[in-house]
Design a protein around this ligand. Structure first.
Ligand SMILES: [Cu+2]
Length: 493
């Protein structure tokens, strides 16, 4: 069931939409109070883009009143992977990956976080449209949680889908050490899949003793696409097998939580349908394309198994000449009836073909230079991020308005760009229009590539934009945008 017709989503009201379009009629930068009712006039391109957006996702979500209270404790523990010696890791609630929190759309999550790490941390809820104060960015939305400290997160997600959570302090170390958890927001009435399965894809770089290599943000990591480890895991295991019976129809949710590695999942003889990207349903299901899952991306696929017994390897084809088997799916046992229902991928996703006629609101140039704490600094606009406590806002956005934002990669490295607090759609790559039938919160920008994004922010506040190669972020490739309320205009001072 899509969010459009579930009865829980609060659609944009006519009043709210009119307000948004009304705001669009006031040219930004004029700053003058309107002398009276605006004269009737033709719809602008901005109005048309907003009208297309209407119904894509709700501005607010009515709470069901169901509250899920959980405690998340970050602390040291051990993990055994295959034949490796026990590895010292950091984990939420003693598990790697951490607990999967499963709630329904409209439910409220109350998470009491306890820090038992030897350093400060926070929790960021990746992809979830939360109130700004719940976004987990130290010094910007909350103080860092010191060792022994606690923080209470509480929010009602506005979108069903597959999300995840991780620290936003020294991410390149804390995420690599194992601090990753998953938040699944189910539809109000989940479809009757035979199984709803999660695969958390990760890699680990070990030292010669089999422990996590304690050298973080190395010059090599920074000069390349971050830290890529040779030990690969799915759900913390090197030999993950998903067992299904012939006839089953499953929903497989995949998350790439590696620091730097991109993954192109390939399902061999199987024919999965892509359902959702970064949590959000597609316009309609499509045959699984070659999809470069950058760190942070999630893909949900719908797979029906034929009436045969076989074991199908699921491979990573990011480097086609060096395929890597991630895990496998074993089809065996007594056949079952295949659940029959319409795909939940039936979202309203605006095409926004007019988006490329809008002026570029900001063009972020991405590059690096020598220097800084780690020897190399990654930057937006020649400006390395110097710490959350000394942040500056790079651009202003206005809620309920369409913005076209460009990311120009002047380097040869990969930069998966993640925006907090909003979804966006890719409008063009290297100036060539693309119509991805889905929203995203993270997009892989290749070397020398330029990507144009379209977005309509729904939540005010200060939100991070950063590279999700955590070593690039740690060495400066982070910035903040501020989303202002509908009636905001820049000051003329
Ligand atoms: Cu990067």
């Amino acid at each position: 069931m899509s969010e459009r017709d579930d009865g829980v989503a609060v659609p944009w009201t006519r009043r709210r939409f009119s307000a948004a379009v009304g705001a669009a009629l006031v040219p930004i930068g004029c700053g003058q109070p309107s002398p009276g009712p605006a004269p009737a006039r033709a719809l602008t391109a901005q109005d048309r883009l907003l009208a297309e957006f209407q119904g894509a996702y709700p501005d607010e979500m009515a709470a069901t009143g169901r509250v899920h209270e959980v405690e998340l404790v970050a602390g040291p523990t051990t993990l055994e992977v295959g034949e490796q010696p026990a590895m010292q890791v950091w984990a939420y609630n003693g598990q790697v990956p951490g607990p999967t929190l499963r709630i329904r759309l409209g439910d409220t999550l109350k998470a009491r976080f306890v820090n038992r790490l030897p350093m400060s941390t926070t929790i960021h809820w990746h992809g979830v449209r939360v109130p700004n104060a719940m976004d987990g960015v130290p010094h910007v939305t909350q103080p860092p949680v010191e060792p022994g400290g606690t923080f209470d997160y509480e929010f009602t997600p506005k979108d069903a889908g597959t999300y995840w959570f991780h620290p936003h302090v020294r991410g390149s170390e804390q995420v690599e050490r194992g601090l990753v958890g998953v938040l699944i927001v189910e539809d109000p009435v989940p479809d009757p899949y035979s199984q709803d399965v999660l695969w958390v894809l990760d890699d680990w770089r070990l030292d010669p003793t089999g422990q996590i290599d304690g050298k973080f943000n190395t010059r090599h990591d920074l000069a390349h696409d971050g830290r890529w480890g040779r030990m690969r895991t799915v759900n913390g295991r090197s030999d993950e097998v998903l067992r299904v019976r012939p006839g089953e129809r499953i929903r497989l949710r995949m998350l790439n939580c590696a620091n730097g590695r991109a993954v192109v999942p390939h399902f061999g003889s199987l024919r999965p349908k892509l359902l959702a990207v970064d949590g959000k349903y597609l316009r309609a299901p499509i045959e699984m394309p070659r999809f470069e899952m950058a760190p942070g991306n999630r893909l949900d696929v719908d797979i029906t198994f034929d009436l045969v017994s076989e074991r199908v390897p699921v491979s990573d084809l990011f480097s086609p000449s060096r395929p890597h088997v991630l895990g496998s799916i074993e089809i065996d046992g007594e056949p079952v009836d295949t659940p029959q229902f319409e795909s939940p991928a039936a979202a309203h996703v605006p095409r926004w073909t007019g988006g490329l006629e809008q002026p570029v609101h900001h063009d972020y140039r991405m590059n690096a230079r020598r220097g800084g704490e780690h020897g190399i600094e990654w930057m937006f606009d020649n400006q390395p991020f110097t710490g959350h406590d000394a942040h500056t806002i790079s651009i202003d956005l206005v809620r309920h308005r369409f913005h076209r934002v460009r990311f120009s990669n002047e380097s040869g490295r990969l930069h998966p760009i993640h925006m907090h607090g909003t979804f966006f759609r890719v409008l063009a790559r290297n100036g060539v229009p693309v119509d991805e039938p889905f929203f995203r919160d993270t997009v892989l920008v290749r070397g020398r590539e330029t990507v144009d994004l379209g977005m309509v922010p729904t939540d005010i506040g200060k939100w991070m934009v950063h590279c999700h190669i955590l070593e690039h972020a740690e060495s400066g490739m982070m910035t903040l945008v501020e989303v202002h309320d509908d009636d905001w205009a820049p000051s003329r001072s």
